[in-house]
Design a protein around this ligand. Structure first.
Ligand code: SAM
Length: 232
């Protein structure tokens, strides 16, 4: 089972999103357990301060290192007591991180503990990235207000790659990025909508022709929308 521990100043942010669809089913089947932890519970002062002004000046506040180090250590210790194996990744969500990819999500899906550190304000004291985390990860080239939506994205991408999470009706191996291409286009009823017809071949029932058409359509769509994938 994959244990996901989220470190955040807004644990209530995660109250509902794991109650739907594939994530809900994966939790019910004990494929994954997800807990959101309040960073403030690892502070030692009366006001539970987690941030401070940046050295060198400038706008905004920075999340302090001590509570984050204490949180990661405490969670590792708690999981050790539960006899969780050593395959652990500690991820800092950050726009300065490496891009999240399907292959990275596949690696995360295979570990036993995934700790996600959510930044806020101007970000997190750099010593967290330097010393504590195994992966500094970005979900795209734009800036969010906090790591929480990014953590949701990582968790969703990872859980659907845990064997058994998708059920028998669909498989991650045929989805976009699994073979370097985007997925092929999908159609359902009606066969004609608003003057637009479903490609004839999909109505023939001829499996080899359909497979050929899908491969070609996937290549064309990848060329059109993501030529960078073809170069790779
Ligand atoms: N000053 C930082 C910069 O310009 O790189 C931006 C900090 S951002 C306002 C606050 C937090 O949101 C970050 O510490 C990070 O946890 C999260 N965040 C923002 N954009 C993100 C992205 N693209 N991917 C992952 N996390 C992101």
């Amino acid at each position: 089972m994959l244990r996901v521990d989220i470190i955040t100043i807004f644990p209530d942010y995660f109250r509902e999103p794991f109650d739907y669809g594939i994530i809900r089913r994966a939790r019910a089947a004990s494929l994954v357990e997800i807990k959101a932890h309040d960073l403030r519970s690892w502070t030692s002062d009366k006001h539970k301060v987690v941030d401070d002004r940046p050295f060198g000046g400038g706008d905004g506040m920075v999340l302090k290192p001590e509570p984050i180090f204490a949180a990661v250590e405490a969670l590792a210790e708690a999981r050790r007591r539960e006899d969780i194996g050593p395959t652990k990744r500690v991820v800092l969500l950050s726009p300065q991180g490496k891009p999240l990819t399907q292959s990275l999500a596949t690696e995360f899906a295979q570990c036993e503990q995934l700790v996600l550190v959510c930044g806020r304000y101007e970000g997190v004291d750099e010593r967290v990235a330097d010393v504590l985390v195994t992966d500094e990860i970005s979900i795209g080239d734009y800036v969010l207000s906090g790591g929480e939506p990014a953590a949701l994205v990582v968790i969703d991408a990872v859980i659907r790659l845990i064997p058994g999470a998708l059920g028998s009706e669909t498989s991650a191996s045929t989805e976009s990025f699994s073979d370097g291409l985007l997925d092929y286009p999908h159609y359902t009823r009606p066969p004609e909508f608003d003057g637009k017809k479903v490609p004839e071949v999909l109505l023939t029932g001829h499996h080899a022709d359909i497979a050929r058409w899908r491969r070609q359509a996937a290549e064309e769509k990848t060329k059109r929308n993501r030529p960078d994938l073809l170069k790779k």
